[in-house]
Design a protein around this ligand. Structure first.
Ligand code: NDP
Length: 310
């Protein structure tokens, strides 16, 4: 019998997902909400921030898959059915994120913003390069994406520390865990990379006091969710010079509002939430495998714990 997967995303085109998923699952039709008709047996949902009330329209759902890694947009919704929710777990997605983090860290490690500024004023500005092992990078969050980025930074020779909720052991990474370890961790991070999920515990976790704990002139890279950082405190620290620079892919409100202070700051690089995206050709395999598991009564992999928030 043919089943239907409903695909809902305002940012990802349905075409490549339909091609990839229907090739792997010939008895599943991929439909957008507008394409669904009375004959459709909607069993699966692949979603990125679906509109309020979306799930209530599909009472036959057996599996919800998030079209990404972060579950924050689904936490606390009152229309979610009591079925497993899985996230994408895709090495290609981790690779894309690692590329962004590596680019941003290398840019600070090699003083590129200073050379960009010097070039704009026609100045020959020599800064003697530091060795990677002298540069202390801190990665907040050592999950699928955070762990992969931290390992690559260590492979590139940086002195890398990581922080997570529960203790971790990653080769070449100085691992720390729990709230008490946060301040000392921040105090040693010349370049801080934020890779935490947005949960009730991490919302505005990085406020004025935490930013003040970073060494003067530190650089901050946020690729997770804007609301993990207190944006007003971030702007103030960038304006005062306590923070030397920031690379921001995510914001409290997206798109970043016209006229927002961050747009005009010389020491800030803004990118429009694309550090990593869901890649149909590789992620479809994981989604198809999970659908087969659910069909045969097995638990899906890469489940999100909605009570925990990630
Ligand atoms: P995971 O869920 O795999 O890992 C989360 C990590 O954060 C874990 O190490 C976890 O600790 C840690 N953590 C969670 N809560 C706390 C806490 N209260 N205190 C300390 N540590 C905590 O996430 P990923 O690495 O896959 O992804 C991270 C985030 O990146 C996603 O949630 C998403 O928001 C964002 N993202 C952004 C993208 C972009 O384009 N900008 C693209 C994709 C994802 P523990 O290991 O102990 O559980």
């Amino acid at each position: 019998m043919t089943e239907t997967l409903v695909f809902a995303s305002a940012v990802d085109p349905v075409g490549p997902w339909r091609t990839a998923l229907e090739a792997l699952l010939p008895d599943v039709r991929v439909r957008t909400p507008e394409e669904i008709g009375p004959g459709d047996d909607v069993r699966y949902a692949l979603v990125w921030k679906p509109p309020a009330g979306f799930f209530a329209r599909h009472p036959g759902l057996r599996l919800v898959t998030i079209l990404g890694a972060g579950a924050d947009a689904l936490v606390g919704r009152d229309d979610l059915p009591d079925v497993p929710v899985a996230r994408l777990s895709d090495p290609e997605m981790a690779r894309m994120m690692t590329h962004y983090v590596l680019f941003a860290v290398l840019r600070y490690a090699r003083d590129i913003p200073a050379f960009e500024a010097a070039q704009r004023s026609g100045r020959w500005h020599y800064v003697h390069p530091r060795e990677a092992r002298e540069i202390r990078v801190g990665v907040l969050g050592l999950g699928e994406l955070g762990g992969a980025a931290a390992l690559e930074l260590a492979r590139q020779g940086f002195s890398v520390a990581g922080w997570s909720r529960t203790p971790k052991a990653l080769p070449g990474i100085d691992c720390h865990a729990g709230p008490d370890a946060l301040r000392p961790f921040l105090a040693r991070s010349e370049i801080l990379v934020v890779m935490l999920p947005l949960t009730p515990q991490t919302r505005r976790l990085i406020g004025a006091d935490e930013i003040a704990a970073l060494p003067r002139g530190a650089a901050l890279i946020n690729v997770s969710r804007g609301a993990v950082i207190d944006e007003a405190a971030l702007v103030a620290a960038l304006a005062s010079g306590h923070l030397g620079g920031a690379t921001l892919d995510v914001f409290e409100t997206e798109p970043l509002a016209e006229g927002h202070a961050l747009w005009g700051m010389e020491n800030v690089l803004v990118t429009p939430h694309l550090a990593s995206v869901a890649i149909p050709a590789s992620a479809a395999r994981q989604i198809a495998e999970n659908i087969q598991r659910v069909r045969t009564g097995r638990a899906p992999e890469h489940r999100v714990d909605l009570r925990r928030g990630y």
